[in-house]
Write a new protein. Structure first.
Length: 278
C-alpha cells in the first residue's frame, strides 16, 4: 500500500527508477494516465511509483523496460538491485557474492540452506519466525529466496557443495508433508552435476573429534578467485576476507567434510528420512 513513510525510506535504486521513469514519460509527452495505459497500470500506480509512495514492483520494472527502456536494459538492471535492497540488510552484501560465485562450500547447522529450500519450507520458516512479519513481507522474502535458486543453472555453472547437519534433516519445519517435500527436493538437488551434498551424521563426535562445534559457514570463491567467508547468526552477519582467517575456516570446513558421510551414503540417509523405498 502506498504511504508517506515509503517516500522517506525509499532506497537509492527506487529513487533513481522513479526519476528516470518520470523524465522518460515527460520526454514522450505522456500523462501519467497515458503511461499507465501502456504499462497496464492505473495513473495512481504510476504516480505512486514516481513519488516512491509505492516503489516500482518487480513486475512493473519489467513493463517499464518494455515501454520506456528502448532496449537499454536499464530497468532490468535496476530490477536486480531493487531485489537486493528488499533482502534483509545483513544479507545484502553476501547475496551479490553468492549470485556471482565461482564456487560455494556451505555448512549448515540449524535449517536447510536458503539455496536449497522449497517454497513451502521457506514460507513456514519465514512466516513462523520472530519477531513476526506481515503476510506481505513474508511473501516478498519467500519469493526473493526462491529467486536465489537461479544460481544452480547459471552459465557458467558454479560448483556448490553443502554439508548439512543430520539434525537439520530431522527437524520438522511447517509439517511432516512440508518436510518430506523438502527432503525429496534435496535428493533432486544432489543429482545436479554441479552440486555435492553431504550429511554430517549425529554420531560424528563419538570418536572424540568434532570440528563442527563453532556453527555454520559459507566459503565463497569470487570470479576474481578471491576466497571469502560469510558467517550469520541472530540476524547479524560477518564477511571475512583476511587470508589467514579465511585459511583457518577453510581448514575447519575440510575437517568437517572429513567427518561427514560420503555423497552416496548421504543421499541414502535423506531418502530414508523421506520414506523413499528403493
Amino acid at each position: 500500500m502506498a504511504s508517506a513513510e515509503n517516500k522517506e525510506t525509499a532506497s537509492p535504486t527506487a529513487l533513481m527508477v522513479a526519476e528516470m521513469a518520470r523524465m522518460m514519460r515527460i520526454q514522450r509527452g505522456w500523462t501519467q494516465e497515458q503511461e499507465g495505459q501502456e504499462l497496464g497500470y492505473s495513473a495512481a500506480a504510476v504516480s505512486a511509483m514516481e513519488t516512491c509512495a509505492q516503489p516500482a514492483s518487480d513486475a512493473m520494472l519489467v513493463e517499464l523496460e518494455r515501454v520506456l527502456g528502448n532496449g537499454t536494459g536499464v530497468f532490468l538492471t535496476a530490477r536486480r538491485y531493487m531485489r537486493m535492497e528488499r533482502l534483509p540488510e545483513q544479507f545484502q552484501d553476501y547475496a551479490l557474492l553468492e549470485e556471482a560465485a565461482v564456487s560455494l562450500q556451505l555448512f549448515v547447522t540449524n535449517v536447510i540452506h536458503g539455496l536449497f529450500q522449497t517454497e513451502a519450507y521457506a514460507r513456514a520458516l519465514i512466516g513462523g519466525g520472530y519477531p513476526p512479519l506481515s503476510d506481505e513481507r513474508v511473501e516478498e522474502l519467500v519469493q526473493l529466496r526462491m529467486a536465489r535458486a537461479a544460481l544452480f543453472d547459471r552459465d557458467p555453472l558454479p560448483m556448490i557443495e553443502v554439508i548439512i547437519d543430520e539434525a537439520v534433516l530431522r527437524r520438522v519445519i511447517g509439517s511432516e508433508e512440508v518436510m518430506r517435500e523438502q527432503l525429496l527436493h534435496l535428493v533432486e538437488c544432489a543429482r545436479r552435476r554441479n552440486v555435492t551434498l553431504l550429511v554430517l551424521p549425529m554420531d560424528a563426535g563419538k570418536y572424540g573429534e568434532y570440528a563442527a562445534g563453532h556453527g555454520g559457514m559459507s566459503l565463497v570463491e569470487t570470479p576474481a578467485h578471491e576466497h571469502l567467508v560469510y558467517l550469520e547468526a541472530q540476524e547479524e552477519s560477518l564477511l571475512i576476507s583476511d587470508p589467514a582467517k579465511v585459511s583457518t575456516y577453510a581448514q575447519r570446513y575440510a575437517k568437517i567434510r572429513s567427518q561427514a558421510l560420503g555423497p552416496r551414503e548421504s543421499l541414502d540417509l535423506i531418502k530414508r528420512l523421506a520414506g523413499v523405498k528403493e
